[in-house]
Design a protein around this ligand. Structure first.
Ligand code: NAD
Ligand code: 0WE
Length: 259
């Protein structure tokens, strides 16, 4: 494939397995010439991520729990070491809410689990962007992409506290775009329709949601991780050099509908 990312250095957070949206984006970056470093969360998925990373000759695979300031600081110093002090591309594809908060009533979300969802799913982007800033500045600029969902803008039954976290993430994208724009660092989000990943499969009623989606979306079909990869590669590439602070919908047009 033509190398839009030849000579570029990327860090990808959020690969859990081969179905992860982060993996589809990472593979696309690597296919188009990027060197890609990875983080994983927890020993349970370490081998998964190491095996996948090896297939794209990754120079760095390291643990990162985004709740930990120490982990984030260590990861970016390891990235600086591996990449000679520079970074061009950051992919943030991380979200978490307690399973019991993705069913039942949003109204019943307790304080600690509200902040847990916002911490992992939104604040982590701010922490990573801040740590990436000097590395991207050293390269004369960079591009950051995060994954979001329509449930941050509209009430999607059962998405609940994750919707509040995504609203926080979406606003963070705009404020980061403003702060980092003067350093030629762009920050954007991809709003994906439902994709059957690890994070989605355990959701009760996911199949029903997919059926509704297919009926109501203008294109009457599901989207997949490859669609997110294509959008991600665009936003992360020079093709999008004047695109920042925005959301690109990869949802077969679903968001445009009122019924
Ligand atoms: P996934 O389970 O493959 O990815 C979620 C990732 O978050 C995992 O790799 C997990 O390890 C990571 N994570 C969770 N807690 C973490 C922590 N404390 N520290 C570091 N990493 C942590 O599922 P996915 O569907 O690929 O999700 C990726 C992103 O895409 C998420 O932001 C999700 O909200 C978003 N998204 C998903 C869909 C969908 O339908 N699958 C739709 C729109 C947006
Ligand atoms: O962002 C997401 C899901 C993120 C997610 C998934 C889980 C499942 C396992 C966050 N935390 C957890 N915690 C777990 O314990 N999506 C956009 C996919 C999704 O999730 C939904 C959806 C859609 C779409 C939940 C309810 C309704 C719709």
């Amino acid at each position: 494939m033509a190398g839009r990312f030849e000579g570029k250095q990327a860090l990808v957070l959020g690969v859990a397995n081969k179905r992860s949206i982060a993996w589809a984006i990472a593979r696309r970056l690597a296919d188009e010439g990027a060197q890609v470093a990875f983080t994983y969360q927890g020993e349970r998925i370490e081998k998964n991520v190491r095996d996948l990373a090896e297939t794209v000759s990754s120079p760095l695979v390291t643990e990162c729990d985004v709740r930990s300031d120490d982990d984030v600081a260590r990861v970016f110093s390891e990235v600086a070491e591996a990449f000679g002090g520079g970074l061009d591309v950051l992919v943030h594809s991380v979200a978490f809410a307690a399973a019991e908060d993705l069913e039942g009533r949003f109204t019943d979300t307790p304080r600690d689990r509200f902040w847990l969802a916002v911490d992992i799913s939104a604040y982590s982007l701010v922490a990573c962007a801040r740590a990436a800033e000097p590395l991207m500045e050293a390269r004369g600029g960079g591009s950051i992409v995060t994954m979001t969902y329509l449930g941050g803008e509209r009430a999607v039954p059962h998405y609940n506290v994750m919707g509040v976290a995504k609203a926080t993430l979406d606003a963070s994208v705009r404020y980061l775009a403003w702060d980092l724009g003067s350093k030629n660092i762009r920050v954007n989000a991809i709003s994906a329709g439902p994709v059957r990943t690890l994070a989605a499969r355990s959701i009760a009623g996911f199949t029903t949601m997919e059926e509704l989606f297919e009926q109501r979306a203008p294109l009457h079909r599901q989207i997949d991780a490859e669609d997110c990869a294509a959008a991600g590669a665009y936003l992360l590439s020079e093709d999008a050099r004047n695109v920042s602070g925005t959301t690109l919908y990869v949802d077969a047009g679903y968001h445009a509908m009122g019924m």
